[in-house]
Design a protein around this ligand. Structure first.
Ligand SMILES: Nc1ncnc2c1ncn2[C@@H]1O[C@H](COP(=O)(O)OP(=O)(O)OP(=O)(O)O)[C@@H](O)[C@H]1O
Length: 261
C-alpha cells in the first residue's frame, strides 16, 4: 500500500515538473444555430501522465472539450497543442496520439472482440492496407496483450453483442491500448454501468495511467468516484473552465456551488 502511495507521489511530482501532454489556448467552439458557444476561450494544460476528471452540469461543455482535444471538432477560435508544440490540425495528425472511449462503447456488435480491438491498429496504417484493414502478426500480438491487460483474453472470439456492459467497456479500452495512444479520453465511461462495474472500469483506467503513464481525462458525473480515484478535477459551467484543482481530498462545497448552481 505504501509503495502504491509512493508511486502516486512520484507520478504527481513528475507531472508537476514535466512536459504538458496537451494544452488548449483560448479554445472556443461554436455550433451552428446555437446562441451560446459550447466552449468559451478555454485555457488548459494537462500534465503528461496526469489522471484528470472533468465535472459539470449537463450542457456545460464537457463532451465538447474531449471532442475538440480528440480532433472530432475543430475549434472556432484558439488552438489545441499536443505535447509542447505539435498543433492538432486534423484527425490524421493525432490519430495515433489520442484515443477515446465512449459511454455507449462504440463497438461493432456483430464482430468478435479481437476484430474490434484490432480497429485500434488502423491508426498505424496507411493507404490500401488501412482501407482493407489488413493486420499482421505484430498487430495481433499488440491486440492480444491489450486484451490480457483488460482481462478479456477468454472472450477473444466472442461476438461483442453477447458481452455485458462492463465487458464491452473493457474491450473499448483494449482498442485504445492497441492504438498505443499517449492520451486516453473517456466520455462518461461508466454512465451505462452498475456501481461494481463502474469501479472496475475506473480501476482499470487508473492502472493504465499508473503502469503505462497514459494521460487520462474522463468526463464524470459520479463525484464519489472522482474524489476517490482522480488526481485532478476540472470544473466546467456554461462552456467556461471554472476551476482546475489537485484532488487531495473532497471537492469543496463552495467549488461545487460555482458549477452546479
Ligand atoms: N452537435 C451539436 N450541435 C449543436 N449543439 C451542440 C452539439 N453538441 C453539443 N451542443 C451544445 O453544446 C453545449 C455543450 O454540450 P456538451 O455535450 O459539450 O455538454 P456536456 O457537458 O458534455 O453535457 P452532458 O453532461 O449532458 O453530456 C450544449 O448547449 C449542447 O446543446
Amino acid at each position: 500500500m505504501d509503495d502504491i502511495k509512493q508511486d502516486d507521489q512520484n507520478q504527481r511530482h513528475a507531472i508537476e515538473h514535466g512536459d504538458p501532454a496537451l494544452s488548449l489556448k483560448e479554445v472556443s467552439v461554436s455550433f451552428k444555430g446555437q446562441r451560446a458557444p459550447a466552449l468559451k476561450a478555454v485555457n488548459l494544460e494537462v500534465g503528461r501522465g496526469d489522471f484528470v476528471a472533468v465535472i459539470g452540469p449537463s450542457g456545460a461543455g464537457k463532451s465538447s472539450l474531449l471532442r475538440v482535444i480528440c480532433g472530432f471538432l475543430q475549434p472556432s477560435f484558439g488552438k489545441v497543442l499536443l505535447g509542447d508544440c505539435r498543433q492538432v490540425s486534423g484527425r490524421k495528425d493525432h490519430a495515433r496520439a489520442v484515443s477515446m472511449v465512449f459511454q455507449n462503447f462504440n463497438l461493432i456488435g456483430s464482430m468478435d472482440v479481437l476484430s474490434n480491438v484490432l480497429v485500434g491498429r488502423l491508426a498505424h496504417k496507411k493507404g490500401l492496407v488501412r482501407l482493407f484493414a489488413r493486420f499482421n502478426h505484430h498487430d495481433r500480438e499488440v491486440a492480444l496483450c491489450a486484451l490480457a491487460k483488460v482481462q478479456m483474453l477468454d472472450f477473444v472470439y466472442r461476438k461483442v453483442d453477447l458481452l455485458s456492459g462492463g465487458q464491452k467497456q473493457r474491450v473499448a479500452i483494449a482498442r485504445c491500448l492497441t492504438q498505443e495512444a499517449h492520451v486516453l479520453l473517456a466520455d462518461e465511461p461508466v454512465a451505462s454501468l452498475d456501481p461494481m462495474n463502474s469501479a472496475k472500469v475506473i480501476e482499470l483506467l487508473k492502472s493504465l495511467n499508473r503502469d503505462y503513464g497514459i494521460t487520462v481525462i474522463a468526463n464524470m458525473h459520479q463525484l464519489e468516484l472522482v474524489e476517490q480515484h482522480f488526481h485532478r478535477v476540472i470544473g466546467f459551467r456554461d462552456g467556461q473552465l471554472i476551476f482546475n484543482l489537485p484532488l487531495d481530498s473532497k471537492v469543496s462545497t463552495a467549488d461545487l456551488q460555482r458549477i452546479y448552481r
